[in-house]
Ligand binder design. Sequence first.
Ligand code: 6GU
Length: 224
Amino acid sequence: MRIDIITVLPELLQSPLNYSILKRAQDKNLVEIVVHNLRDYSLDKHRKVDDYPFGGEAGMVMKIEPVDRVITQLKSEREYDEVIFTTPDGEQFDQPMANQLSMAGNLIILCGHYKGIDYRIREHFITKEVTIGDYVLTGGELAAAIMCDAIVRLIPGAIGDEQSALSDSFQDNLLAPPVYTRPAEYKGWRVPDVLLSGHQRKIDEWKHEQSLERTRRLRPDLLK
Ligand code: 6GU
């Protein structure tokens, strides 16, 4: 898998993409994540990528030419499953979308910025518009980093224990059960006896009951 991220702030993406599972997945060649500075595709002598909006509103708008240049260049090199635009008015990013995107071959993520991007970019280049939640971020970079994290950890081999991505919260629309490690007792606070019993069927039943109980209490919307 390859993910090309187009941004005016490449530095903002460096550290989120280069630690832990994302780092390991790239080191193992499970995914190649390439960050492109949109300014490198501006022909303007000031490397300008934004301009004033027609119709005289407040704020700046991302220009179409540099975006066309970088996307056209990338598409000439390989085929892409999706050209994603990060925007608060997009489709909600969630676990099913992460699962689906983790099976893609190549993805482009264009990070939104300023007041917005020239709408012709959305009409002619973008295949999928995605938000990570109902709040406004300064730019799409942190959203892109979050999406990459959620997608890449699902690629087979990215996580050491193959089971563990499948037992995540949300994979079965249930929150994950509590987990514990040694010591079995700390300051009088004991780990639930069943987990120490060695009785696997009872342990699995307990975990499932805990998942149901926590989901009912904390996220009843997931059970509907
Ligand atoms: Cl994807 N972009 C921006 N700018 N703000 C957001 C978002 C995306 N998702 C939630 N807020």
